[in-house]
Design a protein around this ligand. Structure first.
Ligand code: AMP
Ligand code: ZN
Length: 472
């Protein structure tokens, strides 16, 4: 399996530090609003990386944080007159709903920055002890960038170029820095802001220290993969390396993966320009599986342009797979009725041939997760299934084809088999059966009916006026 490593600027063979195990950290969103479709790109892309690795039998420990203390969260809390935690908790819940609809698996751990302050204080203390940080007269703690000799190795920037070209790094209020390149580890509290006690001053952490600490706590000093959008390469990930490697004295992440940016109609997404979509906006018009399909139809490192036209094309592509699976289901039912069970010789050789599409899919994924080509091989398999499956096919043959299409789609996190929704009439009939069972004192059957309905998302309520039901 080859991965493009931002650190070396080339594709490298993936060799996990501990055989069979992958420790992976993906920078998550700052939770002050509903997530936008740009935020959804790393979620979908790296979830697919995880799914493919799991398919290959690797045990993936996947950590993705929520940044829940930040200027934007505080600003929104002040506007609404509530505590910042009200804002962050609200948008974490909303983000999790979007992730579910996008079929992004929950991380092994989703740490919150505000629960990890002790670890941050500890790492800052270590950096001070080792001479990589200093306390300014107002209590701000800065990282001494020049003290880390490898600074710039990820973004391939030279310290002197950075200094010359980046006076803007010296923003007002941070003029106690010894060097414009130094960055904040801990900042003093301000009126009306959340703060924690610390030896240098009461205050709150800088953004970069959060990820160094959460990665260390949940995955250890050395990890296999650290990932996020390409805007994070500099300064966020560069600063994380400087903090973690200086504090732990070990290499931080072996592979650095970055997704390209999502633009809208070839322009940068921006609220003020009016070309800004949340995932929720898109869900009003499309099944979010279409958005997932769209994101995977390009290579993760390429820029991706979002437009109505491209979404329509993605919808057609996605539906081609869904339709094929639904046809196969129809034919499987026919084969059951006609009792054509076992595959014939021809069908067995077709199944052998179909394996070549799985091999092609794997080859694409092994080449730095080329999901665009991987999806093309799903299409080829779908086309093959459409031509070979008929009303005379055996159940074994059809079931195997369907299983393979579902397996490849699932690696991409695409749900292509729609479960039949239970109809109102069926629910009413089951409720009646439950009433009859109760009258006959067959409580076991009555409970069984209620539990089965619950599994399908139907909640029963016994009221004075009779049984009422609702969908969960
Ligand atoms: P943020 O909440 O801005 O820290 O972003 C959370 C994640 O989304 C980071 O990995 C960002 O790099 C990524 N991200 C933000 N905007 C975009 C975009 N337009 N396209 C792709 N990724 C993005
Ligand atoms: Zn981060």
């Amino acid at each position: 399996m080859k991965i493009y490593n931002t650190l070396s600027k080339r594709k490298e063979e993936f060799e996990p530090i501990c055989e069979g195990k992958v420790r992976m950290y993906v920078c998550g969103p700052t939770v002050y609003n509903l997530i936008h479709i740009g935020n959804a790109r790393p979620m979908i892309v790296f979830d697919t990386v995880r799914r493919y690795m799991e398919y290959k039998g690797l045990d993936v420990n996947y950590v993705s944080n929520f940044t829940d203390v930040d200027d934007k969260i505080i600003k929104k809390a002040n506007e609404e007159g509530v505590e910042p935690s009200v804002i962050s908790e609200r948008y974490i819940e909303e983000c999790k709903k979007d992730m579910k609809a996008l079929n992004v698996k929950p991380a092994t751990t989703h740490p919150l920055a505000t629960n990890e302050i002790d670890g941050m204080l500890e790492m800052i203390e270590t950096l001070l002890e080792k001479g990589h940080a200093y306390v300014a007269s107002d209590g701000t703690v800065y990282y001494k960038t020049r003290s880390f000799k490898d600074y710039g190795k990820l973004s391939h920037k030279n310290l002197d170029d950075l200094r010359g070209g980046n006076r803007s790094l010296l923003v007002s209020g941070e003029d106690q820095k010894e060097d414009p390149l130094d960055f904040v580890l801990w900042k003093p509290k301000k009126e009306g802001e959340p703060y924690w006690e610390a030896p240098w001053c009461d205050g709150r952490p800088g953004w970069h220290i959060e990820c160094s600490v959460m990665s260390k706590r949940y995955l250890g000093d050395e990890i296999d993969i650290h990932a996020g959008g390409e805007d994070l390469i500099f300064p966020h990930h560069e600063n994380e390396i400087a903090q973690s490697e200086a504090a732990n004295e070990k290499p931080f992440a072996k592979y650095w993966m970055h997704n390209g940016f999502l633009n809208i109609d070839n322009k940068k997404m921006s609220k003020s320009a009016g070309n800004f979509f949340t995932v929720r906006d898109i869900s009003e018009k499309y099944d979010l599986q279409v958005l997932r399909f769209f994101m995977l139809s390009a290579h993760y490192r390429s820029p991706l342009n979002f437009s109505e036209e491209l979404m329509e094309a993605a919808k057609n592509g996605y539906e081609r797979i869904v339709t094929c699976v639904s046809n196969l289901n129809y034919l499987i039912e026919k084969a059951e009725i006609n009792e054509i069970d076992a595959a014939g010789d021809n069908e067995r050789s077709y199944l052998e041939e179909a394996k070549s599409y799985i091999a092609k899919f794997e080859e694409a994924m092994e080449d730095d997760f080329n999901t665009a080509d991987a999806i093309s091989s799903i299409f080829e398999l779908v086309k093959y299934a459409n031509t070979k499956a008929s009303e005379n096919s055996s159940k074994e043959f059809l079931t195997q084809l369907k299983k393979e299409i579902l397996m490849l789609s699932d690696i991409c996190g695409l749900i292509v088999e729609k479960e039949d929704e239970i109809l109102d009439d069926e629910i009413e009939a089951l409720i009646q059966e439950r009433q009859d069972a109760r009258k006959a004192k067959n409580f076991a059957r009555a409970d069984e009916i209620r539990d089965n309905l619950l599994k399908q998302g139907i909640i029963l309520e016994d009221t004075r006026e009779g049984v009422k039901w609702k969908r969960a």
